[in-house]
Ligand binder design. Structure first.
Ligand SMILES: C[S@@+](CC[C@H](N)C(=O)[O-])C[C@H]1O[C@@H](n2cnc3c(N)ncnc32)[C@H](O)[C@@H]1O
Length: 222
């Protein structure tokens, strides 16, 4: 069985998706996708030979050499992108993800991108919107005391506000996520009180506190 964090990513993938998993490392997610979600084929790639060797070892262990193809690649460099329609990137930071996906909007056959970044969600959402993608779905979970957000992007146009980019247009409407926003507010208030901010930083923190308070109030009234 895979971790709760990887299961969260797998939940956004369907049997018919033609997938490349960028930064696969151990490829445990991809083995799960083939075994449990019945994907016929999947390409897995990593920038490091050592990581790809991990993947190859696991693929062999599960005898899935005919279904999972490992490729050494920096991002999408060595991937024949015209042959796929879905990209997975999980367990990386937004800065790296943006480098990998720059100009992805031009690859018209890519219809779905599933991302589990570990930071800077505001920049990730604004970047993806500029590339021509909207958030179809997103979720937040806690796994081993760490919060993970996974987003499913599809092509489309939508108007988003600051609160959508910052806290998620889907996340902020789900009462089950109240705990996440309350946690965020608590830590922001603590930092704001105890760290000597410049006036600019203070203004920014107060803006976030205002937005979070509004989201929490709305969710409480649902
Ligand atoms: C923390 S691991 C995450 C592994 C797996 N995706 C997961 O979520 O458990 C990040 C992996 O991404 C790979 N990576 C980082 N930058 C990359 C890039 N530009 N192209 C391909 N792989 C990359 C690293 O070598 C590493 O194996």
């Amino acid at each position: 069985m895979i971790s709760k964090r990887l299961k969260q990513v797998a939940d956004y993938i369907n049997k018919k998706d033609i997938v490349v998993d960028i930064g696969c490392d151990h490829a445990l997610l991809d083995i799960y996708l083939v075994k449990e979600k019945k994907l016929k084929n999947i390409i897995v790639s990593d920038i490091l030979q050592s990581a790809l060797d991990n993947a190859i070892k696991n693929i062999k262990k599960y005898k899935l050499e005919d279904k999972i193809t490992p490729i050494l690649s920096n991002g999408l460099e060595n991937i024949n992108i015209s042959k796929i329609d879905t990209i997975i990137i999980s367990g990386m930071g937004t800065k790296n993800i943006i480098k990998i996906l720059r100009n992805i909007g031009k690859s018209k056959n890519i219809k779905k991108i599933v991302i589990q970044s570990n930071n800077d969600y505001y920049y990730l959402r604004t970047f993806m919107k500029r590339e021509g993608f909207i958030i179809k779905d997103e979720s937040v979970i806690k796994d081993k005391n760490i919060n993970y957000i996974t987003m499913q992007f599809i092509r489309g146009k939508k108007m988003y506000f600051y609160s959508d980019y910052m806290y998620g247009p889907v996340l902020k409407l789900d009462k089950n996520n109240l705990w996440y926003f309350q946690e965020n507010l608590k830590s922001l208030e603590f930092i704001n009180k105890n760290i000597p901010y410049t006036s600019m930083q203070k203004k920014y923190a107060l803006k976030k506190i205002r937005v979070l308070s509004k989201i929490i109030k709305k969710l409480n009234n649902f």
